[in-house]
Design a protein around this ligand. Structure first.
Ligand code: FAD
Length: 437
């Protein structure tokens, strides 16, 4: 006799129907009108992780009832937001809606999730609705450690934007650059590890330098860093030498490492000053990228451990704290994958497959993962790093596969670097279509 799976069991008993279909306050599910119970998955957060997971879950198994709860009606990608800041593209070109997901049968709800009850398997929103789930997928991205730099706060970010969540903050930093006089200084306060998009601050420095070179050539970018090294450093500094006179007296970019006193301890937005342990700095435009932590809901739901991130089973992205809740993207501890949109997109596919398998009483397969981070250093000048990963199940760790992936060669020709920039733009078009299309 064949074994009953969970769904057959629910159909036979009828007991699970109400729970599985989500008939709690505010959400009548398919079971409520007498149809068979469908497994119910609720996804929190419609960024790269959540949007991809919701879409792929429906593609893997269209019988699963998928609801995506996202706070905003539009998502602005951080990827390519540095080009918006540099005046290379419009804010609209990085905005995406959720109609594509609806076409895949995802129920999209715009509301803010305030609580997840792992015991009752319910998700509650600010709008007063409660959603029941068989499995939940949580991808809330990062929040900022507002108290890490004295004087910095949400209010201070209106004067010294972080622009590390794309949207109004991106537009604000752009306006400030446009308003800055020729000869001004732009300071970028880089964050400590780990943070979203390890090469992001240095791509930003590059693209701001490109804007200054063409529009305000007597100005400069000062990168103040608590770290002593950074992602793709050799390739970035080679690009800075090639384009912006890095290392000369006339360099458009200056990088101050942690060892050189670059760690900023306090800021004074009224006077536009920044204080490090020894030296203080003054700038006309200040971009503070604060230290980061998982999005608020991850804390409210008790998904964060003492290391500060959400520990997961790397085969399924199921929380190691609360079973039946999966955590993806920037909020999860998916070391050695970097916190990137590409990583979140890949993790979401692994997670969607695993969730479909688990709901269908099948054993999830062995995943592989990959990430490519493109950075644009200037016009016709792109660089990239790619890594393919596999799972070490015993150690629950994601490990790079030797010999797979690679880095832009140090001696790449101008033609090669130009192609990398085109690949970066092609990647953006493809991945946003994969997430939201
Ligand atoms: P997010 O993108 O932050 O999405 C989270 C979503 O959840 C948001 O839409 C938010 O509104 C929603 N949400 C949060 N809490 C709630 C709640 N309680 N209720 C309802 N909704 C909620 N990555 C790359 O791969 N390539 C790049 O070139 C690249 N460039 C970057 C450049 C910059 C300047 C920056 C800052 C980042 C860049 N990244 C890049 C990184 C990438 O943007 C992030 O890693 C990625 O967005 C993470 O996706 P996520 O789904 O984890 O989180």
């Amino acid at each position: 006799m064949s074994k009953l799976n969970r769904r057959d069991f629910l159909k036979l008993t009828g007991v699970g129907t109400l729970a599985a279909a989500g008939t709690l306050a505010g959400c009548a599910g398919p079971g409520a009108n007498g149809s068979a119970a469908r497994a119910k998955v609720v996804v929190v957060g419609g960024g790269p992780g959540g949007a991809t997971a919701a879409k792929y879950l429906r593609m893997v198994d269209p019988t699963i009832d998928v609801t995506l709860i996202e706070a905003n009606p539009q998502y602005h990608t951080c990827f390519m937001s540095n080009e918006v800041i540099a005046g290379e593209r419009s804010l609209d070109s990085i905005a995406f809606g959720y109609d594509g997901l609806k076409k895949h049968g995802v129920k999209v709800v715009h509301d803010y999730v305030t609580a997840i009850d792992a015991g009752a398997r319910t998700i509650t929103t600010k709008g007063g609705n409660t959603f029941h789930y068989d499995r939940a997928i949580v991808s809330p991205g990062v929040d900022f450690q507002w108290d890490a730099i004295e004087g910095y706060s949400e209010a201070a970010a209106e004067r010294m934007p972080h622009a590390w969540k794309a949207g109004p903050q991106t537009a604000l930093l752009r306006r400030q650059l446009e308003a800055m006089p020729n000869g001004g200084t732009v300071a970028i306060v880089a964050p400590p590890n780990p943070y979203r998009c390890p090469p992001g601050p240095y791509e930003r420095a590059s693209l701001i330098a490109q804007y200054l070179k063409h529009h305000k050539p007597r100005s400069k970018v000062l990168v103040l860093d608590p770290k002593d090294k950074f992602s793709k450093q050799g390739l970035f500094t080679a690009g800075w030498k090639n384009r912006y006179g890095y290392g000369t007296g006339n360099s458009l970019i200056e990088w101050v490492s942690g060892a050189q006193g670059g760690k900023i301890e306090s800021v004074d937005p009224a006077n536009m000053t920044l204080q490090a342990a020894v030296e203080s700095f003054k700038a006309d435009v200040v971009n503070v990228i604060p230290p980061q932590k998982p999005g608020k809901i991850a804390f409210a739901a008790g998904l964060v451990n003492e290391k500060g991130w959400c520990p997961v089973d790397k085969k399924t992205f199921e929380s190691q704290i609360h079973p039946l809740i999966h955590v993806l993207g920037d909020a999860s501890d998916a070391t050695a994958m970097p916190k990137s949109g590409y990583s979140a997109n890949v993790q979401a596919k692994v997670c969607a497959m695993a969730v479909a398998d688990l709901l269908g009483d099948r054993t999830p397969g062995d995943p592989s993962y990959m990430n490519t981070c493109y950075s644009i250093v200037g016009h016709d000048y792109g660089i990239s790093v790619s890594v393919v990963y596999s799972l070490d199940e015993t150690a629950n760790s994601i490990v790079g596969v030797k010999g797979a992936g690679g880095l832009t060669p140090a001696d790449a020709s101008p033609e090669f670097l130009k192609r990398e920039m085109h690949y970066a733009h092609g990647w953006f078009a493809n991945i946003t279509n994969d997430m939201f299309g």
